[in-house]
Design a protein. Structure first.
Length: 213
């Protein structure tokens, strides 16, 4: 069993990265082999509309573009579980993860109404972190984003779960930044309580993804 976590955040050892690490810890408890991939360490572009993956008679296993993302996509072609993670920037996932998803999903998407050409089902999940409080998600349209991404992943891979961590802690010292809209002390307390629970949920998510059929 091989599980891959793809970190779409530029900040290592922070909220998104931490939750993905917890997912992998849960997976390791089942005996799975795990790997974390940090997209901000890789040089690549999004889809360039070359349409090589749509040529008739072409057997597609991954995007045809040749860059540093090529070996990552090859690993995902062979993996058993896939988790994507991203903070929310301007009401969406990061640009790096969006470009990654274009390269990951489009080759397996048919323009002829056929099922996904990935060829098999694997368990997948999306992990999100954000400043927004949980009560605001339906009001500001975030739930539509989460639902759409889940739909894309389910169409390609057969299943997708989601974990959302809200009102996250962004800095060790809020006094250094022009961020008076947020209460650093309250955010710290939430990190020590609610985020700690989110970490447990992430651990269970990774474990369940590796055991669920």
């Amino acid at each position: 069993m091989k599980i891959i976590a793809v970190n779409g955040s530029p900040r290592k050892k922070w909220n998104t990265h931490i939750l993905l690490e917890k997912c992998l810890e849960g997976a390791k408890e089942t005996g799975a082999e795990t790997e974390m991939i940090n997209l901000y360490d890789i040089r690549y572009k999004g889809c360039t509309s070359c349409f090589a993956c749509k040529l008739k008679g072409n057997e597609v296993t991954k995007c045809a573009m040749q860059d540093e993302l090529e070996h990552v996509l090859q690993k995902i072609w062979k993996c058993d579980v896939l988790i994507l993670g991203s903070p929310i920037y301007f009401a969406s996932i990061t640009g790096e993860l969006k470009s990654f998803m274009e390269r990951l999903l489009f080759p397996y998407t048919s323009y002829e109404g056929k099922p996904s050409s990935f060829g098999r089902k694997i368990n997948t999940a999306f992990v999100y972190t954000m400043n927004a409080p949980s009560f605001a998600l339906p009001l500001i349209g975030y739930n539509k984003l989460f639902k759409y991404n889940q739909k894309l992943m389910k169409h390609t891979f057969g299943s997708c779960k989601s974990l959302k961590s809200t009102s996250t802690y962004q800095f060790d010292d809020y006094s250094k930044y022009a961020m008076t809209y947020f209460d650093g002390k309250k955010r710290l307390k939430r990190r020590e309580t609610v985020f700690a629970e989110d970490c447990k949920k992430a651990f269970d998510l990774g474990k369940n993804l590796c055991t669920a059929k």
